[in-house]
Write a protein of this length. Structure first.
Length: 118
């Protein structure tokens, strides 16, 4: 849970288990994100994909739109966990602060993302 009296916040937690389906990648990730993911070592892709999805969901929760916002329009660098603010229309998000964590519980790895609006 994340709470702030002064700034909008969003948080998301995703399971980072490898998946046989790449549906999220094809439908919701940009071509640059897909390319960056494909360049990662195979053993790290599931964690990076979950972290990227968590970043997108945390961001739209922070915006207060949820999945009504077209998250395929949000582009993050999946290696450095930062918004690619050079894309058109992202200027209002350029001040956003984000953080990510990888957690391994007893049964599965998790990716956690926090987005805080400024």
């Amino acid at each position: 849970m994340a709470v702030s009296r002064t700034h909008p916040v969003g948080i998301d937690i995703e399971c980072a288990q490898p998946r046989s389906e790449e549906d999220l990648t094809d439908d919701y990730f940009t071509s640059c994100e897909r390319m960056a993911l494909s360049r990662l070592p195979v053993g790290t892709r599931a964690q990076a994909r979950a972290r990227l999805w968590a970043l997108k969901e945390a961001t739209v929760k922070m915006l207060g739109t949820g999945l009504a916002y077209d998250i395929s329009e949000l582009e993050f660098d999946p290696v450095q966990d930062r918004l690619n603010s050079s894309r058109e229309g992202f200027s209002r998000l350029s001040e956003m602060r984000i953080a990510t964590w990888s957690i391994r519980n007893e049964t599965q790895p998790l990716s956690v993302a926090l987005a805080v609006g400024i």
